[in-house]
Design a protein around this ligand. Structure first.
Ligand code: UDP
Ligand code: MG
Length: 321
């Protein structure tokens, strides 16, 4: 029987925590009673430096329910790092781990199907949104453009899959070998390989509280997703540069011809246009290259991605790693 660990990153989630805990623990008890998962399965809440009462709620939950475990990170490190901290922690403590957001926008009823697929031999099972009706038009449009653009850039992503997925022990151990600081987990899991499958569900609205991904964070996350997995943007800039050089060769011939044949051209507009256009292209190129250099800078420092301050609940291995 599969020993399941559900990893839930929580950042200022006091508004939804009680409901989330009630729903997940009911599901876990039900699955244990039906012998669908092993008795020592657990819920692991990762507190990502919340400034509200989330950690107190996690501690209380761990004191009341032996199914619950908690990790308190020393500070806010962002969703991806918090999730990674949880997945690293459970990699030797369960057969399979499911990651899910604390607001339960993702349908927990497909967990049974995820486990079934895992038991049939899939090492990774992706939760995929079959529709995005609850998202605003803007979010739907930007998300779809993002998936199309990343595919165009050569990044393999599962369409409409966020971070709701099951990973078996082997996949978790492989994930732990990836040592990068610019984390984009959904891109990494596609790189790991192994047999995988998808389960489909309709995404719900957030139960309460606010999204922790405002537009600014969403854009930088999308940008990270592309620049951490593809160097194609730099290649495009190179070709853009080449194209402009070729164009300017033709322009040079035209300018020489007009000089020799005495064609008079007003000049001003063409000069202004080329200054602005080339200035723009140069800035864009330098900025883009700078972005990659910035990433290298972050990677070479090899700073730890998270620090665990405290563990609560029954952890199989109480070592703080
Ligand atoms: N989260 C986190 N650290 C952060 C921001 C978010 O651990 O710095 C968690 C948050 O508590 C939630 C998940 O990441 O469990 C996804 O956040 P949210 O639901 O706000 O994102 P959205 O669904 O709006 O994209
Ligand atoms: Mg959410």
């Amino acid at each position: 029987m599969t020993q399941l660990g559900i990893v839930i990153p929580c950042y200022n989630e006091e508004a939804v925590f009680k409901d989330t805990l009630a729903q997940l623990s009911e599901l876990m008890h039900d699955l244990i009673n039906r012998k669908a998962i092993a008795q020592n399965s657990f819920l692991l809440f990762v507190n990502d430096g919340s400034s509200d009462t989330t950690w107190d709620l996690i501690e209380a939950a761990c004191a009341n329910d032996p199914l619950c475990r908690g990790i308190k990170l020393a500070r806010n490190v962002g969703h991806q790092n918090a999730l990674l901290a949880g997945l690293h922690h459970v990699k030797d403590q369960c057969d399979a781990a499911i990651s899910i957001d604390a607001d339960l926008q993702d349908d927990i009823n497909v967990i049974v199907e995820m486990i079934r697929k895992y038991e049939e031999g899939c090492e990774i099972v992706y939760g995929v949104r079959s529709e995005r009706k609850t998202d605003t038009f803007f979010k739907r449009f930007t998300a779809q453009s993002f998936y199309k653009f990343t595919r165009f850039m050569g990044v393999k992503l599962i369409y409409n899959h966020a971070d709701y997925r099951l990973m078996g022990k082997r996949a978790l151990q492989e994930l732990a070998k990836y040592d990068e600081r610019n984390l984009f987990l959904r891109g990494l899991t596609s790189l790991i390989g192994f047999k995988s499958d998808c389960v489909y569900y309709a995404r719900k609205e957030r139960m309460a509280g606010e999204s922790k991904y405002p537009l600014k964070k969403m854009i930088s996350f999308a940008f990270d997703g592309i620049t951490s997995f593809s160097v194609k943007p730099i290649t495009f800039v190179l070709f853009l540069g080449l194209f402009i050089v070729v164009c300017s060769c033709f322009a040079f011939i035209y300018i020489l011809a007009s000089y020799f044949f005495g064609w008079t051209i007003p000049g001003w507009s063409s000069i202004m246009l080329s200054i602005w256009f080339l200035g723009g292209v140069q800035l864009l190129s330098i900025g883009l290259i700078g972005e990659y250099i910035g990433k290298i800078y972050v990677e070479v420092k090899r700073r730890p991605r998270y620090a665990i301050e405290k563990l609560v609940g029954e952890h199989d291995d109480a070592n703080i790693s």
